[in-house]
Design a protein around this ligand. Structure first.
Ligand code: ATP
Ligand code: MN
Length: 468
């Protein structure tokens, strides 16, 4: 076959160089047609749209074309012509075809149209080849770029925090342990506990649940940083919003108080949503039509809103009023209760009909590092609550006072001996500072309109599932 520089289908579809010879390579979505002429819909992942390859059967031979079935990979040289069909502007009149790889129709799992999302999860190695997952993963890429762009434009530095950690202050009970010890032959010491001195790091180590503590160290030097990396939580919650391995974005800013932290969170989410609308139009339109007819409307709606800001205490009052008027919730509501997703979504979807930033939570249900208010009961926490999602961001102003931080950590039973370095920031040049964590896949749930978090990450890790 003649060697011609490969063009991406996304570019060929936009080209008007009719009459020129082009080469495209990709995977066959369908082949149909008559005894004389066949039409191959070819996709190479560069766009959700397929290019149509028109094949003169007599020229290439019926036998030759046989292996060109759904899923096969081919390379096509041909003439770019103006499309007669509606929709597409360009198609290719095939001159030569090379078959890289066939896909036996008897065993290729993506034969019929309209597989369920559940079935596609079982063939996660092939699902990127569907329109739906092609769209989702292209959007995922664009959102990652948007995030870096947003912070870079504002002078934040991308800071890499460790994935293996020796402290369990944040995630007591929900951390995955990292060890090289032989689990079949675990040595215990006199007290009957495991001697981690024998282990790789000489101490117990785990996968991180958050980069925040190290992020704070960086903010105390570089001023404004963000992390963007994988986080791991062994929480056994089989919900459509939790993964055991997910990606988190955590900005941390010196001198920001909670109001500036809220504004940063609101600006950040809106920037990402606007980016998606500007850069992923075709993919979002596809998802809108396939799964969620209100997706684009919802994205545009959120951009126009000023997020409602209210305190946890005010939120509880609204929820108690709702209960008094007969609204039923699965979990009880009272001051001091941790809000469940049903409560968060009531405030957002039914009461305010707008994203909400809830602040000043009871200190007992929040983390030890959050700045305490003067009332002695609440801390400067802020959760951003979104329609369809519930909590999308959790953050706070941090306690910068060494004595208060150390005292509260002790009262909460936090094992602070492992984080002497964290406490040191409060001893040496402490400063007010704030930050938050955005779950990348929760943002993607919102932007794609997908209903299950397993469908916005390529290879989900959840309880009993680590295939692929
Ligand atoms: P939730 O109450 O929903 O379990 P959380 O309060 O434990 O979340 P944080 O510790 O505040 O979560 O983490 C910050 C953000 O990370 C959350 O707002 C959410 O967007 C995301 N997140 C937390 N846990 C998970 C998870 N298991 N899977 C995916 N995203 C998560
Ligand atoms: Mn939270």
């Amino acid at each position: 076959m003649e060697t011609i520089t490969r063009s991406k289908i996304v570019d060929v579809l936009k080209s008007t160089a009719f009459g020129s010879t082009v080469n495209v390579k990709g995977w066959v979505r369908t082949r149909r047609g008559s005894k004389q002429v066949n039409f191959i819909a070819l996709n190479d992942g560069s766009t959700i749209n397929n290019i149509q390859i028109v094949v003169d059967i007599e020229k290439l031979g019926e036998e030759f074309l046989k292996p060109i079935t759904t899923g096969a990979c081919i390379s096509v040289n041909g003439t770019l012509v103006e499309s007669q069909g509606k929709g597409q502007s360009a198609e290719i009149q095939a001159k030569e075809i090379e078959i890289y790889g066939s896909a036996d129709p008897a065993t290729y799992p993506l034969q019929k149209k309209g597989h369920s999302l559940e079935f596609l999860r079982e063939i996660a190695h092939l699902r990127p080849r569907t329109n739906t997952f092609g769209a989702v993963f292209r959007i995922r890429h664009h959102m990652a770029i948007a995030i870096h762009q947003f912070f870079h434009e504002r002078g934040f530095f991308y800071f890499h925090t460790p994935i293996i950690t020796g402290s369990d202050c944040e995630g007591a009970g929900q951390m995955f342990q990292v060890t090289t010890m032989n689990l079949y032959d675990l040595k215990k010491n006199e007290e009957g506990s495991i001697d981690y001195k024998e282990d790789f790091f000489g101490k117990q180590a785990s996968l991180t649940v958050s980069g925040q503590l190290e992020g704070e160290l960086a903010a105390m030097a570089l001023g404004a940083i963000y992390t963007f990396g994988p986080t791991f939580r062994a929480e056994n919650s089989n919900t459509p919003r939790h993964l055991a391995e997910f990606w988190m974005i955590e900005p941390e800013v010196a001198f920001n108080e909670i109001e500036e932290n809220m504004q940063l969170a609101e600006d950040f989410i809106k920037y990402c949503i606007q980016w998606a609308l500007d850069n992923c139009k075709e993919d979002i339109e596809f998802l809108n039509n396939m799964f969620d007819k209100e997706l684009i409307e919802r994205l545009e709606f959120v951009l126009k809103q000023n997020f409602i800001r209210l305190t946890y205490t005010e939120g509880i009052r609204i929820l108690e009023d709702a209960v008094a008027k007969g609204r039923q919730f699965e979990f009880p509501i009272f001051w001091g209760a941790d809000l469940a997703s049903e409560h968060e979504r009531y405030l957002v979807e039914e009461h305010f009909k707008c994203p909400v930033i809830l602040t000043d939570y009871p200190k007992e249900i929040k983390s030890f590092y959050m700045k305490q208010n003067d009332d002695g009961k609440t801390v400067r926490a802020m959760d951003v609550l979104f329609p369809k999602i519930g909590e999308i961001i959790g953050g706070s102003q941090r306690e910068e006072d060494y004595d208060k931080l150390a005292r509260w950590a002790q009262e909460m039973g936090v094992p602070t001996k492992d984080i002497w370095w964290y406490l040191d920031t409060r001893r040496f040049g402490t400063a007010p500072h704030s930050g938050f964590g955005l779950g990348f896949e929760r943002l993607l749930l919102f932007v794609t309109g997908m209903a299950n978090i397993r469908d916005v990450i390529p290879f989900p890790r959840t309880p009993n599932n680590a295939e692929f």
